[in-house]
Ligand binder design. Structure first.
Ligand code: TUI
Length: 335
């Protein structure tokens, strides 16, 4: 892709707002180049609608939830917003085919995918006008997944929460940008305007942010999860399950220490995977932040308070404009 297309716009609607627009805004018909991570058990219709109403792209995280849950969430989101929103499909879900059938019957603007190759679903989704945007964590995956004709990619660095790859955002994004000729969205380690401008500099057309939205007012996650994220410091996430081939980043707690102990003692992958079953729901819905999996990215340490989604988006955009302006005075030296 070429240079990111950053325009400062004074909208006709007034209000003196300064916007940052990129090619992603035109692709997805949104105001700001910010999409919300499709966090399972966290990204419900309430959060997705709030992010979309604020001018970003809200996403319902369908995770491993049953199809009826998604049907209800789609109906609720459509009541709460008239703006485009998306659904994240976790391709290792036992319900993946049923989830895709729902998305055929009740199309959404965007489908992002994680944890697999969406290849066999791409054509039928695109026929409905749904944009398909898989998440990738390596260049090899990016090259494989673009063969099915997807609309864009999300290059997700290992700073992210949840199921991650091995490469950091700083190293991954420019390599994916150079390897493909479709738009690339950056994810992992993005919290504010600095992250947005940094990733645009790497060639991305926008960002996906997950962790910051956990503490959005509209996010229905258990309050103990928000509290744990807000208390966390820079070294408070851990990556567990690397030996199973499915490493997951989450807040350090009794469960991540149990993983560590089991991996040290060379316990089999099957036994290790067993302690993870149901642990995400246990944390995010039931509030068990000690023995549940509190998936969170490394930027958790920067989240200090609960804020409405529209305030989060406005903060990021205003900060990005400032960062961009200051960069000029910082680096241009008159001789
Ligand atoms: O998917 C994520 N993050 C997630 S998914 C999740 S829920 C979960 N439940 C059970 C087991 C594991 C996770 C929590 N967090 N991020 C996007 C992502 N996708 N990162 C890496 C990948 C990925 C991995 C393999 C994408 C494609 C892929 O393809 C393999 C293939 O089939 O070619």
């Amino acid at each position: 892709m070429g240079k990111p297309d950053i325009k400062e716009v004074n909208p006709d609607t007034g209000g003196g707002l300064v916007l940052i627009r990129t090619a992603l805004c035109d692709l997805l018909n949104i105001e700001y180049p910010i999409i919300q991570g499709g966090m399972a058990w966290v990204a419900t219709a309430e959060l997705a609608a709030a992010v979309s109403n604020a001018g970003g792209l809200g996403i319902i995280g369908s995770g491993a939830a049953p199809p009826d849950w998604l049907r209800e969430q789609l109906r609720l989101a459509k009541k709460l917003t008239n703006k485009p929103f998306g659904v994240n499909v976790m391709l290792r879900s036992p319900y993946v085919d049923e989830i895709m059938e729902i998305l055929q019957a009740e199309p959404v603007a965007v489908v992002t995918t994680g944890a697999g190759n969406p290849g066999k679903y791409v054509l039928s989704l695109r026929r409905l006008g749904t944009k398909v945007i898989p998440v990738v964590s390596s260049v090899a995956l990016a090259k494989r997944l673009i063969r099915s004709g997807v609309d864009a990619l999300i290059a997700e660095g290992m700073e992210s929460g949840g199921h991650i790859g091995e490469i950091s955002t700083m190293a991954l994004v420019p390599q994916v940008v150079d390897a493909v000729d479709i738009p690339v969205i950056a994810a992992g380690g993005v919290y504010d305007g600095r992250g947005l401008i940094a990733t645009l500099s790497l060639g991305a057309v926008g960002v996906q942010m997950g962790t910051r939205f956990i503490c959005a007012t509209e996010c229905t996650v258990h309050p103990k999860v928000k509290e744990a994220v807000m208390k966390s410091k820079d070294r408070d996430t851990a990556v567990s399950g690397a030996s199973t081939g499915h490493p997951v980043r989450a807040l350090r707690n009794k469960l991540t220490r149990q993983y560590e102990e089991m991996e040290k003692n060379n316990i089999t992958s099957e036994e290790i995977e067993k302690i993870g079953v149901g642990s995400l729901r246990r944390a995010m819905v039931e509030g068990d932040v000690a023995y549940g999996t509190v998936m969170s990215g490394q930027v958790c340490a920067m989240v200090h308070r609960e804020q409405p989604a529209c305030e989060i988006i406005q903060d990021v955009v205003k900060h990005a404009v400032e960062v961009l302006a200051n960069l000029n005075s910082k680096v241009v030296k008159k001789i």
